[in-house]
Design a protein around this ligand. Sequence first.
Ligand code: UDP
Ligand code: MG
Length: 153
Amino acid sequence: MEKTLIILKPSAVQRSLIGEVIQRFEKKGLQVCGMKMMQLKNEILNEHYAHLAHLPFFQRIKDSMMASPVIVCCLQGKDAVRVVRSMAGVTNGRDAAPGTIRGDYSMSVQENIIHASDSVETAAIELKRFFKDEEIFEYAFNPMNFLYAGNEV
Ligand code: UDP
Ligand code: MG
């Protein structure tokens, strides 16, 4: 099943939106396969945002990502990359459609709450960048056994 990476940026962590954002993905039906808090550093951001290195405000974008710890999360589901990207909304929070995460929680281009991988190929590279193999979990996703003990059904 397809996996993707999200990062809850300092704008999510500092505004106490971790739970709300993760809850949206859980309610949608995506499976959380890995999750941890990290303090990002310049080196990993140079890799992660290499496509923005030419921008005059590249350092400002990186500083924003280092301003506090972030939450990195692996989400799994059919077409997970596309589904998660569409739930995130377009980059500029002021343009993002209501109902998307950026549309509902952000007024900014930079402080836009969430990173989401933009293709299946990128997702694989980004998951390797932020997670060790043993931090991604393959597990059955079936609530019945957790609603009842075997002798109750
Ligand atoms: N960004 C910014 N100003 C820009 C372009 C990007 O502050 O003009 C920041 C913004 O936080 C964005 C991130 O850099 O989410 C990565 O940019 P990208 O173009 O990959 O957008 P995304 O894939 O996050 O929508
Ligand atoms: Mg991007």
